[in-house]
Each structure stands twice: as C-alpha cells, then as structure tokens.
Design a protein around this ligand. Structure first.
Ligand code: GLV
Ligand code: GLV
Length: 323
C-alpha cells in the first residue's frame, strides 16, 4: 500500500481524495497549531511514497534521504516553496509540486484589505474606539490617506501581482506601475500600466508598493534600508509574499523614523516571531500569514496538493510541477 505522509492537518477533502485511492494516509495530527518538528518529519517520511508538506515545515536533504528509496513526490500545500530544498529533491529524483492559481484571488483580496487597512488606519481606529477614546467627531481625528488615483507599484507581476493590479485599477482607478524581469505589453494595455525597469526606479514613484515575488537568494532583503529610503515619506509598503524579502529590522526603524508612512504585513522575516519594535508601531498593520486563508481556498489547495500526489503515484505527470 502506498503511504502518504501529511506533515500537518489540512482540510479533510484532500485527505479523503488520497484515502479514496486506497493510499495509507498518515497525518501528523500533533502539529495542529505549530510547525512539525524535525523528529516528526524524519519519522513520518520513512517509507513514504509521497509527502504533503505545509510551508512551516522545512524539508531538507537529510529528511529527503530518509524517504528514499520510496519517496517520489513532495506536494507543497502553498504556492511558495522556499521551505523545500529544490536542488536536494532534484538530485534524488523526487518531484516537487505547489498549489498555484487557486489562491490568487484570496491573496489579492487580502493584499487589498491590508492596503486599505493601513491607509485608513483601521486597526488603530478600532483600538481607539474600543478603548473609550471617542468623545466627539473631529475634523482631524485619525486622518487617513486617499487610495484613489494614487500610484501603486507592483513588485513581481505573477498571478497575484496582476490580480492586485486589477483590483487597484478597476476598483480604485489607481495608476499601476510594475517591475518584473520582463515587460508584459498585454497587461500594460489592459490596466494602463507602466513598466519600470528596476525596483530602484520604481520605489521613488509610488504611493503604495506591494511585493509579489517568490523568496529566492536574489530576493532576500530586496527591501532593505537603502531601498526604504528611496520610497516617498508618504508611501506605504504591503507584503503578502514572504517575510525575508523585507529586512524587518530596517523596516521597523523606517516606520519609527518616518522614512515611510506605514506598512502592512502578512509575512515576517523570522516567522512566527514578529519584530518587537514593529509590534509596538501604530503605522504597522499585522496579520499572521493568513492571506490565502479562506475556507474555499484552503479546500482547493488541499484538493490540488492531493491531485498532484495522485498523478505521480499513478504514474502520470502532475499539473503543478515545480521541478
Ligand atoms: C502561502 O504563503 C503560499 O505560498 O501559498
Ligand atoms: C502566484 O501564483 C504568483 O504568480 O504571484
């Protein structure tokens, strides 16, 4: 019987798909509200034909080695796959898949929720009102920033970046600027968007900057102290991609010193830890990596990850091959 190891509990529909195929499905239930431990991963991967991994769980070469010779596929339950050693998988002929597409809308919506929350100071205002501080309507009480017709800079024009641009253009008539390794003339035509060749040229032009690149060596600390100083002091940074793309200590300092106006983050450099200075700042809006977290999307991610495993274990090519 083929064995599938699921590193942490996922929505039941994905588990059911795997069980319906007659696979033995071992779910690491102990890791419901935390990352799997290395010991759990090492013991779970032993004799497994497939691993369904969660982004909190780092699958390195040592763990892959323990999965040999049975392990054929690691199906990540995420679009990002920086938690997996891709080179190590390749060297061991282990296929890797992700879950693109199904979470695009949810993440783009959350990106926009964050953008609006920081511009309109929603968490700060909520806290203010609940604390009993609202004594009278005031002409200058908790003033926010307009979003309409402002310049939005998209860093990385993949599916999610494009969807954020669509909301911004159709919903708020924002001016879209974007940077990406290559220009996309069709996107430019549809959203009246402007290609900017480098992030350094993009940043000074934007009122809002939203990050949509994957985490790789080349994107680690893409937003650092120097680049934060290239942004306008009135600008906001939104990050729903991966935490280490932003130098979090530099960001906390920039927010404190007024180098930029605000930031809204769903991801953190040392996740699940969040920079202590950042947590104290009213001009930082913080959510705990929940951008794809709608019931529909998480169920679709489970379905896709399970489908990728089924394809491989039945000898076909999976739809979402990363390598
Ligand atoms: C979530 O962060 C994902 O990569 O799907
Ligand atoms: C994610 O799917 C992206 O391409 O941004």
């Amino acid at each position: 019987m083929k064995k599938v190891f699921v590193t942490r509990p996922i929505p039941e529909n994905g588990i059911k798909m795997l069980k319906d195929k007659g696979f033995e499905v071992v779910v690491n239930d102990a890791a419901k509200d935390r990352a799997a431990t290395k010991e759990e991963l090492l013991s779970g991967v032993k004799g497994a034909d497939a691993v369904l991994s969660i982004l909190t769980d780092k699958i390195d070469a040592e763990i892959m080695e323990v999965g040999l010779p049975t392990l054929k596929i690691i199906a990540n339950y995420a679009v990002g796959y920086d938690n997996l050693d891709i080179k190590g998988a390749k060297e061991r002929n282990i296929l890797v898949t992700n879950t693109p597409g199904v979470l695009t809308e949810a993440v783009a919506e959350h990106t926009f929720a964050l953008l609006l929350a920081v511009a309109k100071r929603i968490p700060e205002a909520d806290k203010f009102a609940r604390a009993g501080n609202y004594h009278a309507w005031g002409p200058e009480l908790l003033l926010g920033t307009d979003v309409a017709e402002k310049n939005l800079g998209i860093v990385g024009l993949g599916r999610i970046g494009s969807e954020v641009a669509r909301h911004a253009y159709n919903g708020f008539n924002m001016k879209i600027l974007y940077t990406d390794p290559k220009p996309n003339p069709e996107f430019e035509k549809t959203f009246n968007a402007t290609y900017v060749d480098t992030i350094d040229n993009l940043l000074p032009q934007c009122d809002f900057v939203s990050i949509h690149v994957p985490l790789m060596d080349s994107t680690r600390h893409l937003i650092n102290d120097e680049r934060l100083h290239k942004m306008k002091p009135t600008a906001y940074l939104i990050n729903t991609s991966r935490g280490p793309i932003v130098d979090e200590a530099a960001l906390a300092k920039a927010l404190k010193e007024g180098t930029i106006k605000g930031a809204a983050l769903d991801v953190f450099e040392f996740e699940p830890a969040i920079n202590e200075d950042l947590k104290k700042l009213d001009n930082a809006v913080i959510t705990p990596h929940i951008a794809s977290g709608t019931m529909k999307t998480r169920a679709k991610m489970a379905e896709l990850a399970a489908a990728n495993i089924i394809e491989v274990l039945e000898g076909r090519t999976p739809a979402n091959l990363v390598q």
